[in-house]
Design a protein around this ligand. Sequence first.
Ligand SMILES: [Zn+2]
Length: 213
Amino acid sequence: MVRLTRRGALRGAVLLGGAAALLGGTDAAFAAVEQPSIASCGAWGARPPAGALTVVQHKPNKIVVHHTALANSNDFSQAHAFADSREIQDLHMDGNGWVDSGQHFTNSRGGWLTEGRHGSLYALLHSQTMVQGAHCVGQNDQAIGIENEGTYLTEQPPAAQWNSLVAFCAFTCRQYGIPATEIYGHKDFNNTQCPGLLHDRLPELRSAVAARL
Ligand SMILES: [Zn+2]
């Protein structure tokens, strides 16, 4: 399920109407990548960062897909997605001693997208900079990190989560001018099993994103 903000849906409708009336549909490719709803740190009750965050003054050149390696909850509600975002932030700050959540964004099993590290959503919407993350050694000032709730070593993600991952990647690629071919998994760069079976589906993910771009 792709959830659109009311403003995003309205803008899409206006753009489509304008394109049909004035441009004969030549802006159809642009209009095709809708902005998915992404809940900000404020919306899910994030703690403030423990120190200064670094804003990198260039665009990211890739997306790195992760799984959280936490439980595969069957609670697909937004309230659960928000609780999961808080749990990850607590683990990263209190367990790892990081300044904030390591990933830029989180995708719940119910398909709810949330901001991870503070400032990531602002940067994405303005499409010129990125916040330095802590999700993939060697790629933290190059790659947008998206954490998918769950463990996918033997089990596939729910359809809602897959669909929101596609929507998120398509929007992020469009915002930053990242080619759909530049979507990777954590294990492509570090010695890890992450993101499990999602790594096997990267060709499918790239194709689905390319079709939207
Ligand atoms: Zn990972």
